[in-house]
Write a new protein. Structure first.
Length: 170
């Protein structure tokens, strides 16, 4: 029989990946893991060997020690079958695909945001813009007195098309 446990865990690398909000749970998990490993290390790697010759010499009943030795050596406890490693590996592959897709989408968003930042950094400050410069930079927000006239103060709440009309009484 042998121990089926991980001998070393890279706790520092794991800690780097843990968000700040989960640090307390991480510390509690690490403490439990360390406690378990200490308890497991207190026991020997293998069972101590039985000195059958000692018992044969000191027990007077003939054949009793031989019977126990035969039964002891023929007894075996089957190790449970591993049904979960393949499921975990399959889930890991699925998550890796999702992570790769997320990274690609995030990189696209970052590139788009960087282009927008560069555009904003290269444009005139608002204080130095003319109305035409503003219209060219932001056509969706600019006043268009020909195609879409507005009334002062030129905010959506006071425009005629946004007026809900007189209140309706039932």
């Amino acid at each position: 029989m042998s121990r089926k446990a991980i001998k070393a865990i890279n706790w520092a690398a794991l800690l780097e990946k843990i968000p700040e909000t989960e640090k307390a749970a991480y510390a509690a998990f690490k403490a439990k893991s360390d406690q378990h490993l200490r308890r497991m290390a207190a026991y020997p790697e293998e069972y101590p060997k039985i000195d059958w010759a000692f018992y044969k010499k000191n027990i007077s009943m003939p054949g009793l020690v031989d019977k126990f030795q035969k039964e002891y050596e023929s007894f075996s406890v089957p190790y449970p079958a591993d049904k979960y490693t393949s499921l975990i590996e399959q889930k890991e592959k699925e998550i890796l695909v999702e992570m790769e897709k997320f990274v690609k989408e995030s990189n696209k968003n970052i590139a788009k945001a960087n282009k927008e930042i560069e555009k904003i950094q290269n444009m005139l400050p608002f204080a130095e813009m003319t109305m035409e410069d503003f219209r060219d930079a932001y056509p969706e927000f600019a006043l268009d007195s020909i195609n879409k006239p507005t009334i002062w103060p030129h905010i959506p709440e006071v425009q005629p098309e946004n007026d809900p009309g007189p209140p309706k009484f039932h």
